[in-house]
Design a protein around this ligand. Structure first.
Ligand code: G1P
Length: 297
């Protein structure tokens, strides 16, 4: 089978309840880090890894996402008329070529595995990537690109992996590792959200996957697992049970959990500091805040 990965699935059907009331009227994927919505970071990472077809698994209330990737003729004309070339370039860089993006509905929230399975006909018979937009990763070489490169040697399924404190393993899919070769882990088991104290390791799956089309068949027969949902982790574990290779890649980069308020705020600070035009003001502000907090103690 080809090892060229050109399709990515973005499961964006979640309700975003952790960010209510904001997510009452905006999809959480449109929430912004500095001036770019979370989804834009995911799309940019996918493009950098060679992805050319983008499959969004959406739900009711997500139409703002479709508009975001469409052209905005009035805005474009207004910016051009005013000679605002930089803003015009920023804006048009978000437009998606016609036919590059497909939207498919998950009509019942039945879990990540079910969301991915909803894309089975669009994915067809080739390997594909899955990106969870809550996990934002700052890296010199984008995380998915690191994975696609490693996948050229391994084939099979590949997941992004990261060490987390033992107290946090119950929030993740966790790897049982059989062997290591540098950053590459060979995986002999996977558990979704293990009960505290029962995790096979402290290596958690982070929201980047390269999957083989076989996963869609596995998902079709996967029973409800953790949280009463159809879990992608369980369908990957079935690959291992059937003797097919699954690898983890301990990627280079810093991951932010933008599915939590604390993680989102940390990402905002980190991405703000990474912008040359914001760096000094923000740094000085943070410095003053910390000094005031210390003085008040
Ligand atoms: C999902 C996956 C989990 C993975 C996590 C990474 O969980 O089910 O295996 O470790 O993403 O962020 P969620 O965070 O959607 O509960």
């Amino acid at each position: 089978m080809t090892r060229k990965v050109t399709k990515a699935v973005f499961p964006v059907a979640g309700l975003g309840t952790r960010f209510l009331p904001a997510t009452k009227s905006i999809p959480k994927e449109i929430m912004t880090l500095v001036d770019r919505p979370l989804i834009q970071y995911a799309i940019d990472e996918a493009r950098a890894a060679g992805i050319t077809e983008f499959i969004f698994v959406t739900s009711r209330g997500k139409s703002a996402l479709e508009d975001y990737f469409d052209s905005a003729p009035e805005l474009e004309a207004a910016l051009q008329a005013k000679g605002k070339d930089d803003l015009f370039a920023d804006l048009t860089a978000t437009n998606m070529e016609s036919g590059a993006i497909a939207y498919i509905r998950q009509n019942k929230p039945q879990g990540l595995g079910h969301a991915v399975w909803c894309a089975r006909r669009l994915v067809g018979n080739e390997p594909f990537a899955v990106i969870l937009t809550d996990d934002v990763i700052a890296a010199d070489t984008p995380c998915l690109k690191q994975m696609v490169d490693a996948y050229q040697d391994t084939g099979g399924v590949m997941v992004a992996a990261m060490e987390v404190p033992p107290s946090e393993t119950s929030a993740y899919g966790v790897l049982d590792v059989g062997g290591e070769d540098g950053a590459l882990l060979s995986v002999r088991g996977m558990v979704e959200k293990p009960a505290p104290g029962t995790a096979p390791s402290n290596l958690a799956v982070i929201g980047r996957y390269i999957l083989t089309p076989q996963i869609m068949d596995n998902l079709g027969k996967t029973e409800r697992g953790a949280g009463g949902e159809i879990q992608l982790t369980d369908a990957i574990a079935l690959e291992i049970a059937e003797g097919r290779p699954v690898h983890g890649l301990c990627f280079d980069g810093e991951r932010f959990d933008c599915g939590s308020k604390a993680g989102f705020l940390q990402a905002t600070v980190a991405f703000g500091l990474a912008r040359p035009e914001l760096h000094d003001d923000l740094r000085n502000y943070l410095h003053d805040v910390v000094a005031q907090q210390k003085a008040a103690q």
